[in-house]
Design a protein. Structure first.
Length: 403
């Protein structure tokens, strides 16, 4: 890579570029020999040897085992040093904070869940965050100062103009105008904040169904409805951070909602949110209808409907698919994305059966016809996205050998 004609920069910058290329290859492929690294980067054996010696001295790579299965002595294998840095992520909901710490390779090394009961027993937000983070840090056998960066995912979004959380009236304690400053003062590492659905989209783009796609929409349905918009490979957040708050979207089939900022809901949420599924099931004669939290009830109903051949369960799936496609038609007509990912427990529970029905309906309702897929990251996608976001910045900083 250093031999590319016309590449600008000093020898130090070129070395740093080669270092980063090698580190990225080690992250992607796992342990590699010096010869293999040289082949993949285009570097000569002496240059690859110098590069690996430099990275080993900097504590960024480790020399481990040797290759096997070939005649002669095995070649030494190199891998990224997992302890070179750590990053953390938090997934915040009204009832709990889920925290995790990952090493620089992306492996989760510690996790902690902190319930946050409602009412007067709710601790201040700063204490909740630090308690959750410290629990994950202890589980990893680390200290708080070992964490290089933290990304916090919440419903709604922090308005970049005011610093206040918007679009999440159901998240108690998080709306103080001084909250971001208080968290910055309490934590020793840089902290970033991101909408939870946006982080689920990061996880899909890095690890899931949207890998290799630059323009896609993630439609999310769990406790609420939302969407993440990735345009040109980058998240589109909007002027106030509210891009993708599609629960407020006026749609046919639902009464026109006014004062949505006060009610916290709008037409699309009332038409196709997870909370509508149990009632719709009763209307269509589905029995029994599960009790409990509506997101869990919706997921159970849609999973059962996806496995049914016909009858009330199939009508439930078809009716719900039409409702989902109604709002999606507005999104794809404006954005014309390459791909739509269906995510969140209520949508992934419907599986391929729901996806196919929504795809067919959308092709009837919208001129553009993006491909629909079901989310590939289904285990704590918001938390995984927070870790991936924190790790991306951490690697940019820690892997920079030009300084």
């Amino acid at each position: 890579m250093a031999g590319t004609a016309g590449t600008p920069g000093t020898p130090r910058v070129l070395r740093a570029m080669n270092d980063r290329a090698a580190l990225d290859l080690l992250l992607e492929h796992g342990p590699l020999s010096r010869t293999r690294i040289g082949t993949l980067t285009g570097l000569s054996k002496p240059t690859a040897s110098q590069l690996l010696a430099r990275l080993e001295a900097a504590g960024l790579v480790l020399a481990g085992g040797t290759t096997e299965g070939r005649p002669g002595p095995g070649a030494r294998l190199y891998e990224v040093n997992p302890a070179a840095a750590y990053a953390a992520g938090l997934d915040v909901t009204p009832t709990r904070i889920l925290a995790a710490v990952a090493d620089i390779t992306g492996r989760t090394v510690g996790r902690h869940e902190l319930p946050t009961p409602r009412g007067r027993t709710v601790a201040p937000v700063v204490q909740q965050v630090t308690d959750a983070l410290d629990g994950a840090v202890r589980a990893a056998g680390l200290a708080r100062d070992d964490v290089h960066r933290l990304v916090i995912g919440t419903p709604g979004a922090f308005d970049p103009n005011s610093g206040r959380l918007r679009y999440a009236s159901h998240l108690p304690g998080w709306h103080s105008p001084g909250l971001l400053g208080e968290l910055a003062a309490a934590l020793p590492m840089p902290v970033e904040y991101e909408n939870d659905v946006n982080l689920a989209a990061v996880a899909e783009q890095r690890l899931g169904a949207a890998r290799g796609h630059e323009d896609f929409v993630l439609l999310w349905s769990q406790e609420g409805m939302g969407a993440a918009l990735v345009l040109g490979g980058r998240l589109h957040r909007g002027w106030t951070g509210g891009a993708g708050e599609v629960g407020f979207l006026p749609v046919p089939g639902a009464p026109l909602a006014r004062q949505v900022a006060r009610t916290g809901s709008g037409g699309y949420q009332e038409l196709a949110g997870a909370q509508t599924v149990p009632g719709l099931a009763r209307e269509l004669g589905v029995t029994p209808v599960p009790c409990g939290p509506y997101a869990e009830a919706a997921a159970a109903l849609l999973a059962r409907a996806a496995g049914s051949g016909d009858g009330p369960h199939r009508r439930l799936l078809r009716t719900y698919a039409t409702r989902l496609a109604t709002g999606l038609a507005s999104l794809v007509s404006v954005l014309d994305p390459e791909l739509v990912v269906l995510g969140g427990a209520a949508l992934t529970a419907g599986g391929e059966a729901l996806r196919a029905l929504v795809q067919a309906e959308l092709e009837e309702l919208a001129a553009s016809r993006p491909r629909l897929v079901t989310a590939g990251v289904t285990e704590h996608p918001v938390l995984r996205g927070a870790l991936e976001s924190a790790l991306a910045t951490t690697r940019d900083e820690v892997f920079d050998t030009s300084r």
